[in-house]
Ligand binder design. Structure first.
Ligand SMILES: Nc1ncnc2c1ncn2[C@@H]1O[C@H](COP(=O)(O)OP(=O)(O)OP(=O)(O)O)[C@@H](O)[C@H]1O
Ligand SMILES: [Mg+2]
Length: 320
């Protein structure tokens, strides 16, 4: 079993996961994973749909039984002391549970009650959350009338009303525009700077870049675990980018060229992995030209996190 842990002592680590496993019947959703998250760290948990991210988070929050292994969160065992853990964490679930028919203020009051925030402290906490989320002055607006980005900030506010040590955020910015996402991440940085540990899942690679460390999970197994900088070093092959018309047809053509290992659409352009081969720009241009696809630009590039992601999954699927 590979352990992706650091060598820090237990007190420096907010989360310690050892051989954690979850089965649903015969299906293994989380398969013997081991890693740790340091205190004050922003940890990014990445993986394709259905890879086991939410299931892992639910087990770590003490809301889902584990099938095997163990996990320690804020120094408490998830199987034996889930109630102690619930007091010390905030959980913003993928389908977060704000009450749409309550106002901003009423949602905060409701969650203050759920998390047992003392009455004499609550007004001050509410003021802090409203200021941090930019919702001051909108206390009496109905949650249903807030746009998605604002609702997300309110959901975060509700999840942290009791000042938890560790916050689990499951795709907190899905469907949120780039400016609102940036505002949301500023709130996360602020909290991390004050010592809070953040465990975040996201499908946005630019957000992953901003995490201190990342874990990639695929079919329930962790296939990479490191800083974003080191993870990008996992691609040692040469990568090219191509700008051309008719990307789908171009990818189909390029995949058949023997100097190309993989070709895929990357936003508005194409990325290609050509293995150890060098100086292949002319050969790529010629291959496209013979298929009547004019090529506007071909360039050797440095891999992004998304490229690493694609490459790791390709390697897993081809059994390399
Ligand atoms: N309660 C359940 N019963 C049976 N299978 C489940 C249950 N919860 C999750 N699964 C399965 O476990 C696998 C992992 O699901 P999970 O929700 O953890 O994935 P995820 O990585 O969070 O995906 P996404 O990016 O789509 O949110 C999936 O195949 C899912 O169908
Ligand atoms: Mg999920």
């Amino acid at each position: 079993m590979k352990n992706h842990g650091s060598n820090n002592s237990q007190k420096d680590r907010a989360i310690i996961v050892t051989g954690l496993t979850k089965k649903f019947g015969d299906f293994i959703a989380v398969d013997n994973i081991s890693f740790d998250v340091k205190r004050g760290e922003i940890f990014g948990f990445l993986g394709p749909n259905g890879s086991g991210k939410s299931t892992t988070i639910r087990m770590l929050c003490g809301v889902m039984d584990i099938t095997g292994g163990s996990a320690n969160v804020a120094n408490f065992d998830v199987s034996k002391q889930p109630e102690e853990i619930k007091k010390r964490i905030g959980y913003m679930s993928q389908k977060f549970s704000l009450y749409q028919d309550l106002t901003v203020n009423e949602n905060l009051t409701f969650y203050g009650g759920i998390y047992n925030v003392p009455h004499d402290i609550f007004p001050q906490r509410r003021r802090e959350i409203l200021a941090m989320s930019g919702l001051s002055g909108r206390e009496n607006e109905l949650t249903a009338n807030l746009s998605v980005g604002w609702r997300q900030r309110l959901a975060l506010g509700c999840a942290i009303i009791h000042q938890p040590e560790i916050i689990f955020l499951d795709e907190p910015t899905a469907g949120v525009d780039p400016i609102s996402r940036r505002r949301f991440w500023e709130m996360l940085y602020d909290m991390a700077n004050k010592g809070t540990t953040l465990f975040v899942t996201t499908h946005y690679m630019e957000e992953a870049e901003h995490c201190h460390r990342l874990g990639f999970i695929y079919q329930g197994k962790i296939i990479a675990f490191d800083t974003p900088k080191n993870i990008k070093k996992l691609i040692t092959e040469n990568l090219y980018m191509i700008v051309c018309e008719n990307k789908e047809k171009a990818v189909a053509v390029l995949e058949k060229v023997d100097i190309v290992d993989t070709a895929y659409i990357y936003g508005s352009i194409i990325h290609l992995n050509v293995g150890a081969r060098q100086d292949v720009a002319d050969a790529l241009t010629t291959a496209l030209k013979s298929a009547n696809i004019p090529c506007k630009q071909v360039e050797l590039i440095k891999p992004s996190l998304e490229d690493v992601f694609v490459s790791l999954i390709e390697k897993q699927e081809s059994g390399l």
